[in-house]
Design a protein around this ligand. Structure first.
Ligand SMILES: *[C@@H]1O[C@H](CO)[C@@H](O)[C@H](O)[C@H]1NC(C)=O
Ligand SMILES: *[C@@H]1O[C@H](CO)[C@@H](O)[C@H](O)[C@H]1NC(C)=O
Ligand SMILES: *[C@@H]1O[C@H](CO)[C@@H](O)[C@H](O)[C@H]1NC(C)=O
Ligand SMILES: *[C@@H]1O[C@H](CO)[C@@H](O)[C@H](O)[C@H]1NC(C)=O
Ligand SMILES: *[C@@H]1O[C@H](CO)[C@@H](O)[C@H](O)[C@H]1NC(C)=O
Length: 512
């Protein structure tokens, strides 16, 4: 061979090797992205969808399914494995004209024949009997009781309070206006919280404002180091009520004068953390695990401090309850992910098969809770509270909602993963979400109205309210993909028993 020929061969071999190396490196990079700390959640979504929707071909599909217009988030083209990852981080349909989810309409009570799509009798039904704490304790609610005593005693098995409750309305007024007669720090918290006692003896949890409403979660903070936001507590209460859940204790905003209403009442431990800042504002920091030092002090303007007040529930020996570790708890570790974040069959294999998620209302309650958390953007739901006074199958209590509404332009897809993994939801919850979406009043309007009379209104800035509407559409998108690959009757639990159309129907009640 001539020298030039040899050189030519050597060069082409080297070039091929170079190409192979480039390709391998690229592949490694893209697989790193799926597992790495900051992987785009959107990608997980698509991976999930791909696996999940693959079942389409061989799983049972309802007769209508093929006629559904495609609302599912389109699967990314194969090449997007390597590029354009960033474009898939948010699941959003806001830019396009609003999708009315016409494929879902027939399952809502807007369709008088919705029940033909449901399983009847449904998978489970709760007994109508909804005992209150007064029933369990065998005491009578008397008219001369304080509002907080009435509130405590009317807590029932399925709700913390009934719809349009006058007691709750009066109680919120009390919390916002009554004289404060006691101030304690909540012991053991990670961030400073105060327990305030009102003149009628009511206790309430006070979470102070730390930042103006426009400030978003710091991009380098994990969900577990994020500051709590008092407006998130207030807004979550209203949202929970609008969703028909009524499982969050009433919460109201209040402005307190630190010098006049708190300082004279605090214990020595807290007393010594008060100071006047260089700007002349009255500040304090208390004692706790995170952010209780001079550089993270809570300051008035110069005396007045805004905060949220959540009514304190009866003590644990009266309203017996215990915190249960959520199956979808996050890892709370800077570097690890929880099993559910990477396993699309987590719900099917590891949740639906074990008590108490294998029967009754619990799984559905968790779906409601995750939908609420997705709407607020709260990633910090490690535990939920189970009430035990009323026997099995009580509703949950949604405490600690301070870490929602941190970022209005980001929808945290992993919060709604449980819904996509389990593909079950109460018809009543779905129905509400659908009605929020199609109007006449959207969720943002209802929230704005509901919070208009709060003493610290406007509670949320507009971008956070608008984000709620966008996230409602995203949840409907999840439900839409669920009913495409599963029988609608297996996805939607028909719990809309009082729908007038069916009031006269003889309903056969099956025991759980
Ligand atoms: C990637 O993004 C570029 C520019 O945003 C676009 O032109 C291209 O079509 C995208 N490719 C894919 C595969 O989506
Ligand atoms: C409320 O009324 C009952 C009798 O109806 C009375 O025994 C009780 O002392 C009253 N309680 C208060 C706090 O006034
Ligand atoms: C708060 O209390 C201080 C001290 O009593 C008082 O000087 C101030 O006027 C009060 N501020 C308001 C807004 O009530
Ligand atoms: C309540 O649930 C527990 C645990 O799941 C079960 O052992 C018990 O039998 C149930 N009680 C009733 C009354 O159903
Ligand atoms: C239920 O039955 C009653 C009497 O049979 C009738 O007057 C009423 O209109 C029915 N309600 C509905 C919603 O069909």
């Amino acid at each position: 061979m001539k020298l030039s020929q040899r050189l030519c061969v050597i060069f082409s071999v080297l070039f091929t090797v170079f190409l192979v190396i480039c390709f391998v490196e690229n592949e490694l990079k893209s697989s790193d992205l799926t597992e790495g700390e900051n992987s785009a959640h959107g990608r997980q979504h698509f991976i999930f969808h791909r696996r999940f929707l693959n079942r389409d071909e061989n799983s049972k599909i309802s007769a209508e399914a093929p006629n559904h217009p495609m609302n599912v988030i389109p699967l990314p083209p194969k090449s997007s494995n390597k590029k354009n990852v960033s474009t898939t981080t948010t699941v959003s349909t806001t830019k396009e004209p609003r999708d009315e989810f016409l494929d879902l309409r027939k399952y809502t009570t807007l369709n008088p024949n919705f029940r033909q799509y449901m399983e009847w009798p449904p998978y489970f039904r709760l007994p109508k009997h909804n005992p209150t704490l007064a029933d369990v304790l065998k005491v009578r609610i008397r008219p001369n009781m304080t509002n907080w005593e009435k509130f405590h005693l009317q807590i029932s098995k399925y709700y913390l309070f009934p719809e349009n409750s006058k007691v709750v309305e009066d109680l919120m007024h009390d919390m916002a206006t009554q004289k404060i007669i006691g101030v304690e720090q909540l012991p053991g918290g990670t961030q400073l919280k105060l327990i305030l006692t009102m003149e009628d003896g009511a206790k309430a949890l006070f979470k102070p404002m730390r930042f103006p409403r426009e400030v978003e979660t710091l991009p380098n903070h994990f969900y577990f180091t994020d500051f709590e936001r008092h407006v998130s507590e207030i807004a979550s209460f209203h949202l929970d009520k609008l969703l028909g859940l009524r499982r969050t204790p009433p919460c109201v905003g209040r402005k307190v004068n630190i010098s006049e209403e708190l300082y004279p009442l605090v214990e020595p431990d807290l007393h010594k953390t008060f100071f006047i800042s260089p700007a002349g504002n009255v500040c304090f920091h208390g004692q706790c695990t995170y952010y209780c030092d001079t550089s993270h002090a809570i300051c008035g303007d110069p005396h007045m401090l805004e905060g949220s007040l959540s009514i304190w529930l009866p003590p644990r020996n009266v309203l017996e309850r215990k915190p249960i570790r959520s199956p979808w708890r996050r890892s709370y570790n800077k570097r690890r992910k929880a099993a559910w974040e990477t396993d699309s069959f987590y719900c099917v294999n590891q949740v639906k098969t074990v008590a108490p998620y294998d029967h009754g209302r619990r799984l559905y309650d968790l779906m409601d809770l995750h939908i609420m958390d997705y709407l607020t953007g709260n990633m910090d739901r490690h535990h939920y509270d189970e009430v035990q006074n009323f026997g099995n199958d009580s509703a949950l209590i949604h405490l600690d909602n301070g870490r929602g509404f941190g970022k209005h332009s980001h929808d945290e897809f992993t919060i709604i993963l449980p819904l996509l993994q389990c593909c079950v939801i109460r018809l009543s919850t779905f129905n509400r979400l659908y009605s929020f979406h199609v109007g006449p009043k959207r969720l943002s309007d209802l929230m704005r109205e509901s919070m208009a009379n709060d003493p610290v209104a406007p509670v949320l800035i507009e971008p956070h309210l608008k984000a709620l509407d966008r996230r409602v559409a995203n949840v409907l998108e999840c439900i839409s993909s669920c009913v495409k690959v599963n029988e609608p009757a297996g996805v939607l639990l028909d719990d809309v028993l009082d729908f007038p159309f069916f009031r006269n129907m003889t309903i056969k009640i099956v025991p759980d």
